[in-house]
Design a protein around this ligand. Structure first.
Ligand SMILES: [Zn+2]
Length: 340
């Protein structure tokens, strides 16, 4: 908690000016926004710091460790993104936001820009865009980290913000990318936010059909879809039914973390509860590539206009981001390709 006041206060002293520019950007943490531009008022500064102190204290957390996590969620699930439906202006805004974040984080691009364009089949022809960046590791073998950024758009005048589904997964992917960029990676990590998941996993299928590296170099997929809320504070690591080695790994590791990580939702014999084909990891599974899918149980706001930012369980979501990032970076250290 001690770091809160010193790090949240982003202070810049402008050249040739007596003004001190204080920017309190708690919006980054999804809690509050106070911006005092070109304003020198010590009492306000004092009160703001005091306020941050109280918020940090009541939360019991050092919020600075979450970087842009909460702000990414807030922006991607805002009304301005109009539900991010493939082929719409709102989807394009979300795409540009993610491209900018990839730039800020310093992800590498395979071509001159991060977009992978594809056409959606069927009567309602559209062009979709996956967004791809990567971080090189010592090995050319690739782990693909994925999360879809599209959602359901606007229906009957209602915006389907898709905060949990799946602005949350994209935000965790960006958080992980920041951590991974500062890590010594064994594998090459490809980060991809898929388009047109809601229309039948189309972006993911287009990606595996035309990947930026030879498909045999892709040895694993980690997919995030709906990771920001659960009444029981638990998240599923699904897919280990198909690759029992990873079941043992999750069992060994999950005791190290503050949230409950459950296994399951991956037995094709249990049709009603099987998530094997329920999100983009299915495209990798069909190619024989092992996957881990992280997501929560469906909730009452699933695929409704009420799946909004304010429903986020911020404490849980913050823990999820940290836990999943740590898990992926531990996974990266394993010799996955030679040890299956
Ligand atoms: Zn989803």
């Amino acid at each position: 908690m001690k770091a809160i006041t010193s790090c949240i206060l982003n202070e810049q002293i402008w050249p040739n000016s007596n003004y001190v520019h204080y920017k309190f950007d708690l919006i980054k943490f999804g809690l509050l926004s106070i911006t005092n531009r070109d304003y020198c008022c010590h009492m306000k500064v004092f009160l703001s710091i005091f306020f941050l102190f109280i918020i940090g204290f009541s939360n019991g957390q050092d919020l600075t460790e979450f970087g842009s996590l909460f702000n990414d969620l807030k922006v991607l699930s805002s009304d301005g993104m109009e539900g991010r439906k493939t082929g719409t202006a709102g989807n394009k805004k979300a795409r540009q936001y993610i491209q900018n974040r990839f730039d800020e984080i310093g992800l590498n691009l395979y071509e001159e820009n991060s977009l992978h364009e594809f056409e959606t089949p069927g009567e309602t022809f559209k062009v979709g865009y996956n967004i791809i960046g990567f971080l090189p590791g010592r090995s050319k073998d690739v782990i693909v980290i994925s999360a879809h950024y599209d959602h359901l758009g606007i229906k009957d005048g209602q915006i389907f913000n898709g905060s949990d589904d799946n602005a949350s997964g994209v935000s965790v992917l960006l958080y992980l990318a920041e951590k991974a960029r500062k890590s010594d990676l064994h594998h090459t990590l490809i980060f991809v936010t898929f388009d047109a998941e809601e229309e039948g996993l189309l972006g993911a299928h287009a990606f595996v059909a035309n990947p930026p590296v030879p498909i045999e170099k892709i040895i694993f997929n980690v997919n995030f879809d709906m990771v920001s809320r659960n009444g029981s504070k638990e998240i599923f690591a699904s897919g280990t039914y198909h690759n029992p080695r990873f079941r043992d790994m999750i069992r060994d590791w999950r005791g190290d973390y503050p949230i409950k990580i459950r296994l399951g939702h991956d037995n094709p014999g249990d049709k009603k509860n099987d998530w094997t084909n329920s999100s983009d990891h299915a495209a990798f599974h069909k190619m024989g590539i092992p996957y881990l899918y992280f997501g929560v149980e469906d909730h009452e706001d699933y695929h409704k206009s009420t799946d909004t930012y304010d429903k986020t369980d911020f404490e849980f979501f913050g823990q999820v981001a940290k836990v999943l990032s740590d898990l992926v970076l531990r996974l990266d250290k394993l010799d996955i390709e030679n040890d299956q």
